[in-house]
Design a binder for this molecule. Structure first.
Ligand SMILES: Nc1nc2c([nH]c(=O)n2[C@H]2C[C@H](O)[C@@H](COP(=O)(O)OP(=O)(O)OP(=O)(O)O)O2)c(=O)[nH]1
Length: 132
């Protein structure tokens, strides 16, 4: 099982109102669907280190991580081969730009966090986040 890490990038850790969604540009099977920015953890990295690296590469930003958005079993199942862990995050430097892997970014207002076409594995996750 390969671990994917994602950021629930919001405007405030205490009272989040806006959530950043990113639209994938590749591969063809996933292009056009929305996800949380992030990616696969590499050998020798902690999940948090991998998440900081992915956010720097994909969006050109630095963040502060908050609490983990926990799944009761430890990680959110994505596919038979992939599972994801997610942390709340706020920007500390930079403005997110679709530098890599994405062709559009969108801040979603709370109450409308499910208004984009998320990758299927993200729907239960974003539903749980919005209910917190
Ligand atoms: N980043 C991210 N990936 C997700 C989410 N939901 C979801 O099903 N995935 C899937 C899509 C991909 O199959 C996988 C993440 O792989 P990726 O291709 O983004 O990883 P990566 O940037 O490390 O790229 P690579 O090493 O595969 O080239 O997880 C999500 O919310 N965020």
């Amino acid at each position: 099982m390969r671990l994917v890490v994602g950021a629930a990038l919001v405007d405030s850790l205490d009272a989040p109102t806006r959530l950043l969604a990113a639209r994938r540009s590749a591969p063809p099977a996933l292009a056009g669907r929305w996800e949380l920015p992030g990616g696969k953890v590499e050998a020798g990295e902690t999940p948090q280190q991998g998440l900081h690296r992915e956010l720097r590469e994909e969006l050109g930003v630095a963040v502060e991580l908050g609490e983990e958005v926990r799944h009761p079993d430890g990680a959110w199942p994505l596919t038979p081969e992939l599972e994801m862990r997610v942390w709340w995050a706020v920007l500390t430097a930079g403005t997110p730009a679709p530098l890599q892997d994405h062709d559009e970014l969108r801040w979603l207002v709370r109450g409308r966090w499910l208004s984009v076409d998320w990758l299927p594995g993200d729907v239960p996750l974003v539903t749980a986040m919005q209910a917190l």
